[in-house]
Structure formats: structure tokens, C-alpha cells
Design a protein around this ligand. Structure first.
Ligand SMILES: CC(C)(COP(=O)(O)OP(=O)(O)OC[C@H]1O[C@@H](n2cnc3c(N)ncnc32)[C@H](O)[C@@H]1OP(=O)(O)O)[C@@H](O)C(=O)NCCC(=O)NCCS
Length: 152
């Protein structure tokens, strides 16, 4: 037990909650221009960030803000989209999640390209839906810098 949370450690490293989510894009994911709909990418970004927030906070966490979302290159059907999410900040009950999205051919070894970056804020909630305290993010962990770079 500790003073910040009822369960789990008082501090965690970004690596403890890092999530990688991969999904093959198909024609069902495309818009009228033939490229993947931005909302499809945003859903996967939110899913990966939610998993990272849940892992860090040892329980449910909800999206409170999409702080930034940048689409760098179009995504096409036939690409494997990979979403990398990691914590870069832990407040009292809120968590900042840096997300980087890459794409590559799904069935051949090809170049991996950056297609999107995002930053989201989640809040850990209890069974009544009220904010609950989360573990601190361990200082000086090099993976925190790595997570921060992912969203820039
Ligand atoms: C998340 C929620 C429980 C927070 O409730 P609240 O009454 O605003 O809580 P508080 O004012 O005590 O703020 C709690 C934390 O959230 C942060 N926060 C609140 N609104 C924020 C915003 N718009 N952007 C960034 N952080 C925000 C506060 O800074 C605080 O952080 P800290 O504890 O680390 O200092 C409430 O806003 C909510 O239920 N929102 C809907 C969430 C949702 O349905 N998401 C979509 C589906 S997952």
C-alpha cells in the first residue's frame, strides 16, 4: 500500500505501461479519396493510449483531452499500422500519453514510415467515475524522454 494509490507501486517507469497496437488497414478503413480515414487512425490512437493509461494507473482511465493530433502522411489499404503509446507525464489523477503511429507494407519487408503523432490526457477514475490518484512517473528514466520525442 502507499499514499498515492490503494494498490500497486507509488512510482512507475514509462516502460511499465508502454503499449504497441498493430492493425492491417483494409478497403473498409478508407475514405472517398482512397486513403485511410483519419477517424480510424484516431480510434486506434485512443485505444493504445487508453491501454497505456490503464496499465500505469492499475485500472480504468478515460480520455479527457486530445491535446494534439497530427497526420504526417496518408495511410493506404494494405499497410500495417502500428501505434506506439507511452506515458510522458503523471499528475495527481491525470496522465499524459505520447503516441507515435508508423506504417509499413503488411506482407513484405518494407520501409517503416511515421504517419501520425498525438498527445492525449487521460484521468484515472474509480467505480463512481470520480478521479483517483495514480502512481508518479519515475524521474530520470530515459524512456520518458523517448516517449516525449514520440509526440513531437
Ligand atoms: C475525467 C473526469 C472524471 C474528470 O472530472 P473533473 O471533475 O474534471 O476532475 P478534476 O477537475 O478533479 O480534474 C482531474 C484531473 O483532470 C485534469 N483535467 C480535467 N480536465 C482536463 C482537460 N480538459 N484537459 C487536461 N486535463 C484535464 C485536471 O487537471 C486534473 O489533473 P490532476 O489530478 O493530475 O491535477 C470528467 O471530466 C469526465 O468524466 N469526463 C468525461 C470522460 C469521457 O467520457 N471520456 C470519453 C470516453 S473514455
Amino acid at each position: 500500500m502507499n499514499s498515492r494509490t490503494q494498490t500497486g507501486p507509488a512510482h512507475k517507469a514509462p516502460a511499465d505501461s508502454r503499449v504497441t497496437l498493430a492493425h492491417i488497414m483494409s478497403e473498409h478503413d478508407t475514405n472517398l479519396y482512397g486513403t485511410v480515414h483519419g477517424g480510424v487512425v484516431m480510434k486506434l490512437v485512443d485505444d493504445a493510449a487508453a491501454a497505456a493509461a490503464g496499465r500505469h494507473s492499475n485500472g480504468p482511465a478515460v480520455t479527457v483531452s486530445v491535446d494534439s493530433m497530427a497526420f504526417l502522411r496518408p495511410v493506404r489499404a494494405g499497410q500495417l499500422l502500428t501505434v506506439h503509446a507511452a506515458l510522458d507525464r503523471a499528475g495527481r489523477t491525470s496522465m499524459g500519453i505520447a503516441v507515435r503511429v508508423t506504417a509499413e507494407p503488411w506482407n513484405t519487408s518494407g520501409r517503416v514510415i511515421d504517419v501520425a503523432t498525438a498527445h492525449l490526457t487521460f484521468v484515472a477514475i474509480d467505480s463512481a467515475g470520480s478521479p483517483r490518484a495514480v502512481p508518479a512517473l519515475r524521474d530520470g528514466d530515459p524512456s520518458a524522454d523517448e516517449a516525449g520525442r514520440a509526440a513531437t
